[in-house]
Ligand binder design. Structure first.
Ligand code: HEC
Length: 220
């Protein structure tokens, strides 16, 4: 009884507020935003996926504010690596441009736009769970006795919300960024595979911070 009364109240408050929301952006779901979400979110946020669907305007609109917050905080999509630090294949993070588009669309009232621009709904194959790479586990400062081509790295045993920063200092003084993880989400362990393998000569020093943090280096 009480519940029903509260619901009725909500309906009265929310619906008029929505109807009066002014649209102050030219960005629309059908033209810009659906494409970004299809590409970066749909593998999980789809019907039957591990999380609620965001694949239609009707489904995504009520989440608009939350979408903006999650992407600006870089909690979604779960990727955890700082962009621009190391170059990875299958980088799933959003570009700065995408972040701006989403943010401006939400702030501008999250309009739907003309349905004729809506791209075809994507078809996703269920991604297999990633097999975590095995390799040399290093921490602190680790000097290579022989050359190594590093194809992929990943954190090992990192705490929820934890961070890790790893670089390689080459004998000539050059610094190669390897991986910078912040706000780690243990639910989403993964490999970070470099776009191009990183050639480390003998004598290169891999440095992993903070003290105790572990990094797996794989040459395969
Ligand atoms: C790898 C799977 C995956 C991808 C990719 C992904 N999400 Fe999520 N998302 C989840 C899961 C699972 C949850 C449920 C909350 C949790 O368990 O962390 C979630 C929760 C959310 C939430 C709700 C947060 C809250 O308020 O509780 C929003 C909003 C969201 N995701 C938006 C997005 C957007 C936008 C994208 C793409 C830019 C995206 N997600 C990509 C898996 C994913």
């Amino acid at each position: 009884m009480k519940f029903a009364a509260v619901c009725a109240l909500c309906a009265f408050c929310i619906i008029p507020a929505r109807a009066h929301e002014t649209i102050s952006t030219k960005l629309t779901w059908t033209r810009e935003i659906s494409r970004i979400l299809y590409k970066h979110c749909g593998s999980c946020h789809k019907e039957g996926g591990p999380s609620f669907s965001l694949m239609s305007y009707e489904e995504a609109r009520p989440w608009a504010k939350a979408i903006k917050e999650e992407v600006l905080e870089r909690r979604m999509p779960p990727w955890s690596a700082v962009k621009g630090f190391g170059e990875f294949a299958h980088d799933e993070a959003l570009s700065m441009e995408d972040l701006h588009l989403i943010s401006d669309w939400v702030e501008g009232g999250a309009p739907q736009g003309d349905p004729k621009y809506l791209p075809d709904a994507p078809r996703y194959k269920d991604a297999p769970k990633p097999r975590l790479i095995q390799g040399r586990v290093v921490s602190g400062e680790y000097k290579l006795r022989s050359a190594m081509r590093v194809r992929a790295v990943r954190p090992e045993g990192l705490a929820e919300g934890g961070w890790l920063k790893a670089i390689a200092v080459l004998p000539d003084g050059r610094v190669e960024p390897l991986l910078w993880i912040y706000n780690y989400q243990q639910k989403w362990p993964r490999n970070y595979t470099f776009q191009d393998a990183i050639a480390l000569p003998a004598g290169a020093a891999v440095q992993v911070a903070p003290a105790g943090a572990k990094l797996v280096l794989s040459s395969r």
